[in-house]
Design a protein around this ligand. Structure first.
Ligand code: ATP
Ligand code: GCO
Length: 167
């Protein structure tokens, strides 16, 4: 199975973007990238010190992700928080026909998963700011929400079922 355009798996920290994105890319047999790997060290240091990123921190990072999307116009999955509408607009300025999958779910469940993950730079204390910053998909945005209260395999299967006509 292949997917003819790039997919952005979005959501707050701990929603499962990295594990779901990787599993989805494997299922679709397309390249995968984790936007966390594109952060400049200054952004990582800022988050690790307990400070949320602001628009100025995210703007150049989103352009790097946008360029990855341009290079994967015929298929690819990138895990990227893409919390605000303007951030997604910035990504779409690189690749207009982007598909978005918002991993959403119970806040306590996400907090538990995020806090129990070993060795990650993102402190659990920043989760509140992630939820405060999050702007859900708007009706004119090409994408949909998947609930994270199910296994990774089931999330991937839900994606495949809901996009069956285009894959
Ligand atoms: N559907 C799921 N079922 C069970 N565990 C999950 C599920 N999704 C994610 N996890 C676990 O929750 C933790 C957070 O997932 P992950 O690191 O993929 O989130 P993330 O959105 O990429 O976070 P960040 O943006 O902070 O990197 C990990 O330990 C992961 O294995
Ligand atoms: O936009 C953001 O605030 C960042 O992308 C964060 O979401 C982190 O990269 C990630 O969640 C931490 O692992």
């Amino acid at each position: 199975m292949s997917n003819p355009r790039p997919v952005v798996v979005m959501g707050v920290s701990g929603s499962g973007k990295s594990v779901v994105g990787a599993a989805l890319a494997q299922r679709l047999r397309v390249p995968f990238a984790d936007a966390d790997d594109f952060h400049p060290q200054a952004n990582i240091d800022k988050m690790a010190a307990g400070h949320p990123l602001d628009d100025d921190d995210r703007r150049p990072w989103l352009d790097v992700i946008g360029r990855w999307l341009e290079e994967h116009a015929d298929g690819g999955v990138v895990s990227c928080s893409a919390l605000k509408r303007t951030y997604r607009d910035q990504l779409r300025s690189h690749f207009a026909d982007l598909q978005l999958v918002h991993l959403s779910g119970d806040r306590d469940l996400i907090a538990r998963r995020q806090a129990s993950r070993p060795g990650h730079f993102m402190p659990p204390a920043l989760l509140d700011s992630q939820f405060d910053t999050l702007e859900p998909l708007e009706p004119d945005e090409d994408g949909f929400v998947i609930d994270v209260g199910q296994s990774v395999d089931d999330i991937v299967q839900e994606y495949v079922d809901r996009t069956r006509t285009e894959t």
